[in-house]
Write a protein that binds this ligand. Structure first.
Ligand code: C5P
Length: 285
């Protein structure tokens, strides 16, 4: 049976700005996204028959269509008019409900793998378009790399890559509800906005320090108080540990710091591991 094993890379938001609420209930966003080496691993197998079967090594994850990997397989088969049995074996490495796009990236990996396994011949942009109906971050995850995402998240512009750096990523041990944070930010006067144009300029001139200093996520300002304190503390510890800049990713709670020196990054990660379990040193891909 044709089978393919593919990585599903996590993403970080170098910036996240919410521009306003849309008539369809979603929000218009402007965000600079970066994929990182930390990745789940998916093995996708197709054969004769029907039905989507998902297996994962995390017992609490749903294996039905609430799992975005399964939803993506359903959408792909509908769109291409194929009748196949699909098996997805999912090895999770990306923390769940972390603001790192783990589920979206799994969905994107399934779309890419099925496109290859069935020789359907869809372009990356067509796959990204299909992904938009699975989740707002799926189109970006199909594309990967450094990119500007606008609209609901589906309007993508590839950007010059982030200059070589090390990233320290820490996921504090509490969940944050994405719809709740969107509700909290709706209509709120934001005290601070990211300098997205400045970050784009810094990327074009390959200025890592300039890029790091412009990272900001408007959701940092609407977190519940206790979560907000932890995120602020993590950012301060990363900066004290030598990060050029630090920011929360997505709707959190993951916080990351950007370093120009791998040794300094390892030192900052060691400091965070004293208090937090999910700490990774990784790089941009
Ligand atoms: O598209 P997705 O299912 O990932 O979105 C999860 C939730 O995030 C939505 O139900 C909505 O509350 C919020 N959202 C939004 N505007 C976006 C993306 C997500 O309001 N552009």
């Amino acid at each position: 049976m044709p089978t393919l094993t593919v990585p599903a890379h996590a993403k970080l938001n170098l910036t996240l700005d919410v521009l306003g609420k849309r008539p369809d209930g979603y929000h218009d966003l402007r965000m600079v996204m970066q994929s990182i080496a930390l990745a789940d691993e998916l093995t996708v197998t197709v054969g004769p028959g029907r039905g989507i079967a998902v297996r994962t090594d995390l017992a609490f994850l749903p294996c039905d269509r609430r799992n975005l990997a399964a939803a993506a397989a359903v959408r792909f088969l509908e769109h291409t008019g194929q009748s196949l049995a699909v098996e997805i074996d999912l090895r999770k490495k990306i923390p769940v409900c972390a603001g790192m796009g783990g589920g979206s990236s799994d969905a994107a990996a399934v779309l890419r793998a099925l496109n290859e396994l069935t020789a359907a011949g869809l372009s990356l942009m067509e796959l990204a378009g299909l992904g938009a109906s699975v989740g707002s971050d799926v189109p970006y995850c199909v594309l990967g790399g450094t990119a500007l995402a606008e609209g609901r998240g589906e309007k993508l512009t590839p950007l010059p890559p982030l200059p070589a750096c090390a990233l320290v990523v820490c996921k504090p041990p509490f969940p944050i509800s994405t719809p709740e944070l969107f509700r909290a930010i709706s209509g709120k006067k934001l005290r601070r906005r990211p300098d997205t144009a400045g970050l784009l300029e810094a990327l074009s001139s390959r200025d890592l320090t300039g890029a790091a200093r412009r990272m900001y996520n408007v959701f940092e300002d609407v977190l519940p108080p206790r979560q907000g304190r932890t995120v602020a503390e993590l950012k301060a510890r990363l900066i004290a540990g030598g990060a050029l800049g630090a920011c929360m990713s997505g709707t959190g709670p993951t916080v990351f710091g950007l370093f120009d020196d791998p040794g300094t990054a390892e030192g900052a990660a060691a400091d965070l591991r004293v208090d937090f379990e999910d700490v990774f040193v990784t790089g941009a891909v």
